[in-house]
Design a protein around this ligand. Structure first.
Ligand code: CA
Length: 338
């Protein structure tokens, strides 16, 4: 493993601390602070992406990478380690035409210390400079883990989190170098609390002056209980727009509280997508092809063009607290405008 990946892994651990402490609740956010600023300066705000625009654009994209996982890779790796770089703790297998991402820790079974792992593309994808439109889609099926006594469950504990990150490094958003750039779609399932879906980007120093902030990473936050941190996080989300939640800049947050809607999202295969369009000035995510949240991020990638001059790395990661954690995925595709 290169020093660079080790260093990045330290950043990942910071992200996990946030996930385990538990984020808060909110409805969908579609604020666009950059657009607001542009309006204030008297210039036209870039138009955001409609469902019709997404479908028309997507129809013209070319597939740069795809895998339906119908072909097993065989021993010793059991996975395509030419196109993928394995990160610590992670294993992959192909079973019944699906990609199983496994992250495991030592016994005993049941909820305990959070473990994380995943795979990042060995090479870069998408257009140079993220020009035009670039996106990734993958179907995520049912998450599974080992059996354990039910009484080990605790309210608010992390059940599982999954992420897809498009950026200049391998791993989660959080703890990168100043010049790194990346965006991430991830969801966290907290027991008896809800499913939280976040669209985030890397933090920039001036974000702290521009946006509301929760208590993660603050001096006062260091003395807070997990519950107090959670209340502060919910207050930041309740502002309805982007907010700083160290180590991320949260652009949009959706929270699903009802058991039926959580099951509907996690207990049958759903297709999660994340796109950059308008030369990476706009980011959005899709669920089963439907546009969910669209944000203007003008200036974010263009302030470090060298970070994505050859395209971006794509990482798919899982975090969970069981002994053996398995995410079942299928039909991965990376798309780019010609
Ligand atoms: Ca398949």
């Amino acid at each position: 493993m290169s020093n660079r990946i080790v260093w990045q892994w330290m950043g990942v651990l910071a992200a996990v601390a946030v996930i385990v402490a538990g984020p808060g609740c909110a409805g969908p956010s579609q604020e666009s602070p950059v657009a607001e600023e542009a309006a204030a300066e008297g210039t036209a705000a870039p138009s955001l992406v409609t469902q019709e625009e997404h479908e028309a654009t997507k129809a013209k994209l070319t597939v740069q990478f795809s895998d339906d996982f119908n072909q097993a890779y065989g021993p010793p790796d059991q996975f395509d380690l030419k196109r993928w770089t394995r990160m610590p703790m992670a294993r992959a297998r192909i079973r019944d035409g699906h990609w199983l991402l496994e992250v495991e820790r030592a016994p005993p079974p049941g909820p305990g210390e959070a473990v994380l792992g995943g795979f990042g593309t060995t090479g870069k994808y998408f257009n140079p400079g993220l020009a035009g439109t670039n996106g990734a889609e993958v179907t995520v099926g049912v998450f599974s883990h080992e059996d354990y006594p039910e009484e080990m469950n605790e309210r608010g504990q992390l059940v599982q989190a999954w992420s897809i990150t498009l950026g200049s490094w391998h791993g989660f958003v959080g703890g990168q170098e100043d010049e790194d750039r990346g965006i991430q779609l991830h969801f966290d399932l907290l027991r008896d609390d809800g499913l939280f879906v976040y669209l985030v980007r890397g933090l920039r120093p001036d974000d702290f002056d521009k946006y509301p902030r929760d208590a993660f990473g603050t001096e006062e936050g260091r003395n807070m209980s997990p519950q107090e941190l959670r209340v502060a996080h919910e207050a930041a989300i309740a502002t309805g727009g982007p907010y700083v939640t160290v180590p991320c800049m949260a652009l949009a947050t959706r929270v699903y509280r009802e058991e039926a809607e959580i099951k509907d999202l996690l207990e049958r295969p759903r297709r999660w997508g994340v796109y950059l369009t308008d030369d990476a000035n706009t980011v959005y995510w899709t669920l089963d092809g439907q546009v969910m949240d669209v944000l203007d991020i003008t200036g974010y990638f263009s302030s470090s063009p060298q970070s994505v001059e050859d395209g971006a790395l794509i990482s798919i990661m899982g975090v969970a607290t069981h002994q053996l954690n398995v995410w079942k995925m299928d039909d991965l595709a990376f798309l780019a405008s010609p």
